[in-house]
Write a new protein. Structure first.
Length: 260
């Protein structure tokens, strides 16, 4: 997705004028910090302490109604330090429309546009044209728009991508990569209880959940039975030689008695 943000370009005929730099920043901050969409879009620089590498979500915008302070991971810190700050807008994620800086109310259209390789923007553009002409979106027009979408698309479709998928990615990485406990992840994401976190990540494999909960059972070590080493070949040869000599002496002694 980040590579797509860098590859996609804002065009003059795009009325939404997506700022793909801000979209890429929003993706990184959501995946690395686990902010909810509203927590991200409402976020301003007073909530961020780059020296301490912390982002504080105030209770006024937290879904749970409880404030929480989240560590800022290195990649997110680099993104925050590189972002251009607005002299008109206090928000971290902002865009310019007709020369005025303002917050985003949703990054989902921009995300879907990038996820569909530009197809969603083309669809909205063509539907708007039909409405301006007083025409309806008939099956024939829909097929025509689909052809235009494929002509102008610049990447394949990533199906069914939502903004919450990015936050869920954060939770998975905290559990699987950082080996955090379920309780710690619940606090990080601002869930109302551990049960909410467990339900949200019940799609993970069982051993991942055991690792997160600290309930994994260490398998007992397998004891391989020790094999008795065989005697050296030299010793075997020596013994065989001894037996052979003994047999020869016995045969000679028996032969002498026979002749007598």
């Amino acid at each position: 997705m980040l590579r797509r943000c860098k590859a996609s370009k804002t065009t003059r005929d795009n009325p939404e004028k997506h700022d793909h730099v801000m979209l890429a920043a929003g993706i990184v901050l959501t995946i690395d910090i686990g902010l909810r969409a509203e927590e991200l879009l409402e976020g301003d620089w007073t909530m961020v302490d780059l020296d301490r590498r912390e982002w504080t979500v105030p209770k006024e915008i937290a879904k749970s109604g409880r404030a929480r302070t989240i560590p800022i991971l290195p990649r997110a810190e680099a993104v925050l330090r590189s972002l251009r700050r607005s002299d008109q807008c206090k928000h971290i994620i902002w865009h310019s429309e007709r020369g005025k800086h303002q917050r985003y109310f949703s990054l989902l259209p921009a995300l879907q546009n990038v996820a569909t390789g530009g197809r969603s923007h083309v669809f909205r553009r063509e539907v708007t044209k039909l409405k301006d002409k007083g025409l309806q979106l008939t099956p024939v027009k829909r097929r025509e728009i689909a052809e235009i979408q494929e002509r102008e698309a610049w990447a394949d479709v990533i199906p069914d991508l939502t903004w919450h998928d990015l936050r869920r990615t954060c939770g998975c990485r905290l559990l699987q990569d950082h080996k955090m406990t379920m309780e710690a992840v619940s606090k990080w994401l601002g869930h109302s209880s551990i049960a909410v976190t467990e339900n949200a990540y019940d799609f993970l494999e069982t051993h991942h959940l055991h690792e997160a909960a600290g309930t994994q059972i260490t398998a007992p070590e397998k004891h391989t039975p020790r094999l008795e080493l065989a005697p050296d070949r030299e010793k075997i040869s020596t013994k065989l030689g001894t037996h052979e000599n003994l047999d020869n002496r016995r045969r000679k002694k028996f032969a002498g008695k026979s002749r007598g």
